[in-house]
Ligand binder design. Structure first.
Ligand SMILES: *Cc1c(COP(=O)(O)O)cnc(C)c1O
Length: 387
């Protein structure tokens, strides 16, 4: 019987046997677009690199293993992964989505799917009665993200998956913020997990990529068909880089989470701070759920500064170690202003209702020394006139 390996081991070995030709320990980057056939119409393991590629296959096996799934699929971006999954839909179908999803996912559902005849209801998935009311006979997917961006709200994957199963609707979970190290949606009942591997999974801010993982054989067959038919696949180079990044994923995420917890603790109650949104704080409304659903609270937090737009701008411009940039999950710490940057495409009324105001700053805590990060934030508070 095969030993059940733990995430730190899977991150380094899953899908990556030494190369049979040269016994190379690291996965070769197979750039070939096509593969020789011994007889007409009789391809061996690979045929054409959009359909399948050895480097991509290694990455897909590793991603599947980390999420505890049987089938992994890699894409050229997280958005490509999401759109490929949404291509399982046809006009007239309906989606229920959390109301606090990634801006690009909202845009896909609202600006790409809607004109194609697929409608979406956005609901607060913390309230299961809202989910029940939103589900219709034509609902084909429930889409959720937890923790959410940028408010770090949590949704109960297991409870939502149970409701979905009772109504025969599969649940898709965008697990980008938590990473498979902190949270395992398939084990909690999700049908499919989606990732922007651009973030924690690659972790070095040098690749844009995406993934889907499932253990449902029929769904895997459909996703595999769509992956090949649509063709939004990553290059072998990018697959190699993501595989290389994954090797340190568990170590990075644990360290980054510990630093984020320390910064959140120091920021909470500080002068100039209205509120710190971090699931690891006892003050967080979903703290108990975080302890149950996640192995650690993660390395993302948002801080509502007691600041108008100008002071928030001064705060962000004064940071020296935190880089002012969109994205998250890399080894370097990043800061951004959701209302002006990542969530600018969301209507202002929706942003206000979600609490994304002028003073809100989102932090992605990296691997730098936490004392240097704390000092950087202190300097920005002073520069912004926030005490
Ligand atoms: C970045 C991100 C995406 C989109 O992924 P891309 O790789 O940028 O296309 C989707 N969901 C979440 C939570 C993200 O952070």
């Amino acid at each position: 019987m095969q030993q059940r390996l733990r995430p730190d081991t899977l991150a380094i070995h899953a899908g990556q046997e030494p190369d049979p030709t040269h016994r190379a320990v690291m996965q070769p980057i197979v750039l070939a677009s096509t593969f020789a056939q011994d007889e007409p119409g009789k391809p061996t393991a690979f045929e054409y690199s959009r359909s399948g590629n050895p480097t991509r296959q290694a990455l897909e096996a590793c991603l599947a293993a980390l999420e505890g799934g049987t089938h992994g699929f890699a894409f050229g971006s997280g958005s490509a992964a999401a759109l490929t999954l949404l291509h399982t839909l046809k006009p007239g179908d309906h989606v229920v989505s959390g109301d606090d999803v990634y801006g690009g996912t909202f845009r896909l559902l609202d600006k790409v799917l809607k004109p194609m005849g697929v409608t979406t209801s956005f609901v607060d998935l913390r309230d299961l009665s809202q989910l029940d009311q939103a589900l219709r006979p034509e609902t084909r997917w429930v889409w959720m993200e937890t923790p959410t961006n940028p408010m770090l709200k949590l949704f109960d994957i297991q409870a939502i998956a149970e409701r979905c199963r009772a109504r025969g609707v599969p649940l898709a979970v965008d697990n980008t913020f938590a990473s498979p190290v902190l949270q395992q949606p398939l084990a909690l009942g999700a049908a499919v997990v989606m990732h922007s591997t651009t973030k924690y999974i690659n972790g070095h801010s040098d690749v844009v990529g995406g993934a889907l993982v499932t253990s449902d054989t029929a769904l895997a067959e459909r996703i595999g068909f769509l992956q090949n038919a649509i063709g939004a696949v990553p290059s072998p180079m990018d697959c190699y880089l993501v595989l290389r990044g994954i090797k340190t994923l568990p170590v990075r995420v644990r360290h980054q989470s510990a630093s984020a917890a320390e910064l959140a603790r120091r920021l909470e109650g500080r002068r100039g701070v209205r509120r710190v949104n971090y699931p690891g704080l006892a003050s967080h409304p979903d703290h108990a759920l975080a302890q149950r659903q996640m192995s650690l609270p993660g390395a993302m937090l948002s801080v509502d500064l007691d600041a108008d737009l100008d002071a928030a701008r001064r705060f962000l411009s004064a940071l020296r170690i935190f880089t002012l940039a969109e994205s998250l999950g890399g080894v370097e710490s990043l800061a951004e202003h959701p209302a002006l940057m990542t969530h600018a495409s969301i209507p202002k009324e929706t942003r206000d209702a979600l609490g994304i105001g002028d003073g809100l700053v989102r932090l992605s805590v990296g691997l730098e020394d936490v004392e240097d990060l704390a000092a950087d934030l202190e300097g920005a508070f002073r520069a912004a006139g926030l005490g």
